[in-house]
Design a protein around this ligand. Structure first.
Ligand SMILES: [Zn+2]
Length: 264
């Protein structure tokens, strides 16, 4: 069975998000405050910020001093987590904490690193999106794979959304170039529907040619384009909700959907 690397944001069959971010912040760099010699300051903004972001769960904090992990009860570098009463986010009402060494550290430490879990809005790992929009890493540490019907859905989505294909330069879908255009003047919902139909039809053609030289799983071959719809969002006329249903040679259907934002 062949596979592709999973780059989907949601599972087309279950509709559930894939690759949800754990908001783990890894090896952020800190320095010791030069006034009290105890409080950690975020190295990039020192001494303006203590922690860069809120800590979500103090039990997950890990600290390294010169690449050596130090526990909170370390005789020299022991630390505690205290409420940062000077920093309150008025809009999000987030609570901030600061990490403070138990003893004053008067020697200059070249490298202090802190790993912790934060909240989504402050997450550098997913950029606040909640999911990691890249290759999904499976539990074994390798990229997770998509096969069969999900692979077909991902392929169809890629085919429609990627307007360039160096292997098949004539089979391009102009959908990507519609982003930011004026709806109703430069493009219409019918244009979008037509281009998706054309792109999926060329995917069918390519797969038919491919199947003469290579064994394809019936579940990953596009049989019919069951439906394609492009509808303007009733609440926002700049947003077009596109959805399509495709079927494979194993009698299953897979939905594909995306949102296109145009200029008014
Ligand atoms: Zn995150």
């Amino acid at each position: 069975m062949s596979f592709d690397y999973n780059v989907l944001v949601t599972d087309p069959l279950s509709g559930l998000p894939i690759g949800a971010c754990d908001h783990q912040q890894s090896f952020e760099r800190y320095v010791v405050n030069s006034d009290d010699f105890r409080t950690l300051n975020y190295a990039l903004t020192a001494p303006a910020l203590n922690m860069r972001a809120p800590i979500n769960g103090t039990s997950n904090i890990q600290i390294w001093v010169i690449e050596e992990e130090v526990q909170s009860d370390d005789p020299t570098y022991g630390w505690q987590v205290l409420l940062d009463t000077n920093r309150i986010d008025e809009t999000t009402q987030d609570t901030f904490y600061k990490i403070v060494f138990n003893n004053q550290i008067r020697m200059v430490i070249p490298l202090i690193e802190v790993s912790y879990i934060t909240r989504q809005a402050y997450c550098m790992k997913c950029g606040g999106l909640g999911t990691i929009n890249d290759f999904k890493i499976g539990s074994n540490g390798d990229p997770s794979h998509v096969t069969q019907t999900v692979k077909l859905a991902q392929k169809a989505l890629k085919w429609v959304l990627t307007s360039q294909d160096s292997f098949y330069p004539t089979f391009v879908c102009p959908i990507k170039s519609y982003i930011g255009q004026k709806l109703g003047i430069q493009i219409t919902e019918t244009d979008i529907q037509t281009e998706i139909m054309n792109a999926l039809a060329s995917l069918q053609t390519v797969q038919q040619a491919q199947s003469t030289v290579q064994n394809l799983d019936p579940q990953e071959i596009l049989k019919d384009i069951v439906s394609v719809s492009a509808v303007i969002d009733p609440n926002d006329p700049t947003v077009i909700r596109v959805s399509a249903t495709i079927s494979n040679y194993s009698g299953q259907t897979a939905p594909i959907a995306f949102t296109l934002r145009t200029n008014q």
